[in-house]
Design a protein around this ligand. Structure first.
Ligand SMILES: Cc1cc2nc3c(=O)[nH]c(=O)nc-3n(C[C@H](O)[C@H](O)[C@H](O)COP(=O)(O)O)c2cc1C
Length: 221
């Protein structure tokens, strides 16, 4: 697939077919994604890819945890000033005001990772994240570049993804379910699978600000 096609076609999928993703395909995606750039080539990322029984057990325990406050290890944003607030598009079909039942259903679907057959958890060692002068935000920047690699490569293999901050709100459950040491921060999960393109949850296409609002050109005159 042409790179520009992959960039255009990638979007967040929130409903997946039950078909498993072959291990060989996941290995190819992860191996190719590792070419991502990082600060001085520090490669501050590690991954746990989960499927099957361990992943199902994590989802069930997440559901049992109910509506407790997120305990994310990388702090979630607490404020969205304008213009960012106006740009937020809630995941879900169409333009409608969701009822409490809609929101509950959406939350449960999210916790179940939208039925994706596999999850890629992105880990960062505490020693590169917490530093004497504060949090090293650059390792998160690096993780963003490899996560985008993963999502674009997945598109190339006919797969769908969604990066999910929501999937790591109870890190202790993932840690014990997948035997992840305490030194490794669980930063985000990527749900991956073959998208169910007919599902209403996958009909939303998010918009973008126009080029002229986001980019200033100088010296081209
Ligand atoms: C860091 C990050 C965290 C995200 N967390 C979630 C999440 O918890 N749940 C979800 O449904 N989508 C999540 N998303 C997906 C965004 O909502 C989505 O990328 C955005 O709305 C743009 O839509 P698109 O990916 O379809 O282009 C996340 C994306 C990023 C980059």
């Amino acid at each position: 697939m042409d790179l520009t096609d992959a960039v255009r076609e990638r979007r967040s999928f929130r409903a997946f077919k039950a078909d498993p993703v072959p291990l060989e395909v996941l290995k190819k995606i992860m191996e190719q994604a590792l070419r991502a750039p990082s600060w001085a080539n520090t490669q501050p990322w590690e991954f746990v890819v989960a499927t099957g029984k361990p992943l199902e057990a994590i989802r069930e325990t997440f559901l049992q945890r109910g509506e407790q406050e997120p305990q994310s290890e990388v702090a979630r944003p607490s404020e969205f000033p304008e213009p960012y607030l106006s740009r937020i598009q809630a995941p879900g079909p169409g333009d409608f005001t969701p009822t409490k039942a809609d929101l509950d259903r959406r939350r449960v679907q999210g916790i179940r990772n939208y039925g994706a057959p596999a999850m890629i958890y992105v880990l960062v060692d505490q020693t590169i994240f917490y530093q004497s002068k504060g949090i090293n935000v650059w390792c998160m920047f690096d993780c963003g570049s490899i996560v985008q690699n993963i999502m674009l490569l997945a598109t190339n293999y006919g797969l769908g993804t969604v990066a999910q901050a929501q999937s790591v709100i109870y890190p202790d459950i993932i840690r014990s379910g997948l035997d992840i040491p305490i030194e490794k921060l669980i930063t985000i999960g990527i749900a991956i699978g073959y998208p169910d393109r007919d599902d209403p949850a996958n009909q939303t296409r998010t918009g973008r600000e126009p080029l002229d609002r986001m980019v200033t050109w100088r010296g081209f005159e």
